[in-house]
Design a binder for this molecule. Structure first.
Ligand code: SF4
Length: 443
């Protein structure tokens, strides 16, 4: 939990010796509270003060990594209860479960399909993160299934062993990939803990009550395991949301380090619509990892899109570089359309221009990521700004005409824009969906 300047001052030596570069200990404390200076600048900190400051500097929810290399999934490190307070930092991971009773060929085929799920939306590539394999067979079959699934999918591994023998066999195959071990309970901890600690793998920990969960985390910490996910278990949705919310509140509001870990929840199969609806609730509140039994591409697209929206920075809209973008084989006779640099606006216009099959130029004006009407109301999408953008991007050097298409919602600026820019202004459709027919009928 963040400490105030006065809290920090109380644990400083209060000698005002100035060796830290500040005139007083209080001034140093104020800078420490703002994270403007490192505690090590004071050579006279007591061990207790160092520990308190180090603890206060840790995020209230630990960062946990599943997998290795650039594709590893990082979750946790969250600092707020509500997205609008600042932002959520590390998107909830989404993974899919395969059972080791499937034939090797089926596991390979399904895992490969999962690994290929990929969508591009507003300039970002959305993909699932993990493949989980559940043990229902012998340790040998389980380990082989894990190897096939991980290799065929290229996703981060999650092991769901039935017993310590299964875990040992699977770790022998993918230990270096730092798989998540799902899950440790009070029943299996004696068998699982030594294997997990030796592998340095992250684990999911499950207990029924808050007290038992805290006890399990303590035991894991004592065994040298700190990469932990708290598992909700397969309880009804309302109980899961309650658990997820309590854990987040304990970590952020009560500064309870035993709950300072991201959470994982597993959804059993069902019809894809109800699974997608239930999963949406957990993405919003407050799963760090979601494991689903079955998956269609449609289901994945819905969840990945929701995740993208929830984990975007509410104070910094997704935006693209302001510039002129040619679409297709644009040339000197091509129409010129203008929009804002809000990603969603730009990519919506782009999609419609592409579907018209008429090569065009799209000018994206720097509106600090605001959409057309918002930017207009905030005076970020004005005749002056559009006119400046036309000049700055050298648009008159790209086309042999001076005709600019503006969004229908800002038709009111057409006269003023003509005056400022010297371009003929044509009012386009209000909705982007009208662009294809508009361009086709443009004489
Ligand atoms: Fe105070 Fe430490 Fe700075 Fe000296 S070095 S003024 S003791 S904070």
């Amino acid at each position: 939990m963040a400490l105030s300047g006065l809290d920090i001052y109380k644990i400083l030596p209060k000698t005002n010796c100035k060796e830290c570069g500040f005139v007083t200990c209080l001034a140093f404390a104020m800078q420490l509270a703002k994270k403007g200076v490192e505690p090590g600048k004071c050579p006279y900190l007591s061990e207790e003060a160092k520990n308190v400051l180090a603890d206060a500097g840790r995020p209230p929810i630990n960062l946990v990594s599943i997998g290795s290399g650039e594709k590893r999934l990082n979750i946790g490190n969250e600092t707020v209860l509500f997205r609008h307070e600042e932002k959520f930092r590390n998107p909830c991971g989404i993974g899919f479960i395969l059972d080791d009773t499937l034939s090797d060929a089926r596991i390979k085929q399904t895992a490969s399909k999962l690994g290929k799920i990929s969508f591009e939306r507003v300039g970002q590539v959305l993909k699932p993160d993990a493949v989980a394999v559940r043990q229902s067979s012998s340790p040998e079959k389980f380990a082989a299934a894990v190897g096939i699934a991980v290799e065929a999918s290229g996703l981060n591994p999650v092991l769901m062993p039935a017993d310590a023998a299964g875990l040992k066999a699977a770790l022998a195959v993918v230990k270096d990939l730092k798989p998540l071990v799902y899950r440790i309970t009070k029943e299996n901890i004696s068998g699982f803990l030594p294997l997990v600690a030796e592998a340095g793998a992250p684990v999911a920990a499950h207990a029924v009550t808050l007290d038992e969960q805290a006890g399990l985390v303590k035991e894991l910490n004592a065994g040298g395991v700190t990469q932990i996910l708290l598992d909700t278990g397969e309880v009804p949705p309302q109980e899961r949301i309650w658990q997820l919310t309590q854990w987040r509140r304990q970590a952020l509001k009560k500064n309870n380090r035993l709950f300072g870990y991201p959470a994982v929840t597993v959804l059993k199969g069902g019809d894809i619509y109800s699974v997608a609806v239930e999963a949406s609730g957990y993405i919003a509140k407050y799963a760090g990892l979601l494991l689903l039994e079955a998956c269609g591409e449609e289901e994945a697209l819905a969840l990945l899109t929701l995740r993208q929206n929830i984990y975007s920075d509410p104070q910094k809209p997704l935006q693209i570089e302001p510039k002129v973008y040619p679409v297709g084989n644009a040339g000197e006779r091509s129409p010129v359309l203008v929009t804002t640099n809000f990603s969603l606006s730009y990519f919506t216009v782009l999609g419609e221009v592409e579907s018209s099959k008429i090569p065009s130029y799209i000018i994206s004006v720097d509106t600090e990521g605001m959409s057309v009407l918002t930017a207009w109301a905030a005076e970020k999408f004005t005749p002056e700004k559009i006119s400046d953008s036309l000049q700055k991007f050298g648009v008159s050097g790209l086309v042999g005409h001076k005709r600019l298409i503006i969004p229908g919602y800002v038709a009111m600026m057409s006269g003023s824009l003509e005056e400022k820019s010297g371009w003929e202004v044509v009012v386009g459709p209000k909705e982007a969906s009208g662009i294809p027919s508009f361009l086709k009928n443009l004489s």
